[in-house]
Design a protein around this ligand. Sequence first.
Ligand code: 13P
Length: 242
Amino acid sequence: MRRKLAAGNWKMNGLAAAVTEAAAIAAYDANGVDVLICPPATLLAQMATLPMSIGGQDCHARTSGAHTGDISAEQLADTGATYTLTGHSERRTDHGETDAMINAKTMAAFAANLTAVVCIGETLSERETNKTLTVIDTQLAGSVPDTASAANTVIAYEPVWAIGTGKVPTNDQIAQVHAHIRARLSKRFSDGADFRILYGGSVKASNATEIFGIVDVDGALVGGASLTAADFTPIIAALAAS
Ligand code: 13P
């Protein structure tokens, strides 16, 4: 039985005052759904005291050393984080992260006992040229370490063209990719059927129920609509009801 996961990625948003929003989200009765917020690293320690999971948005592949501005998985865990995102498309684009780098970061997350939410997804031009499933295969094979298991890894399918755009794939498109990811995981890992697969990209209260009704969608990775309790709690409720 896969536990449903409502995950929020705050990206580079949120000052100290935003902890009140996180507190309101944490206070909401999630009805058995796991709730995770990945705030900016500056807020992790303050949010670690709240009754929900918190996670980093990225981690370095090494434990410590001369890497100015980076943060290690061990340091994330030290704040109280139990998760970290790896391979978000904004990291792939803004910081040139490759599948090999993401694989190393994900291994570092495992070593620090963090659950990695490994993000994958195609660009618009890749979708338009029928390369979606090939891209998914390459990213899954390259970014997800052989030591991954349902206990230490969550997969987030985030089509790049759906992030922050208000555009959402059709139900059939989401179903096709999630089924494909499930099949690949099941082939490669003995517990592949137990990995949670999240959908991400313009999830809102208004489309959450429909998306959560799709087979093999075990939750969502939400950007903009996770920043306030008013926007995020109806999404948590929709997941609980699904
Ligand atoms: P939006 O929900 O703002 O489209 O962002 C999705 C995302 O990138 C979450 O990681």
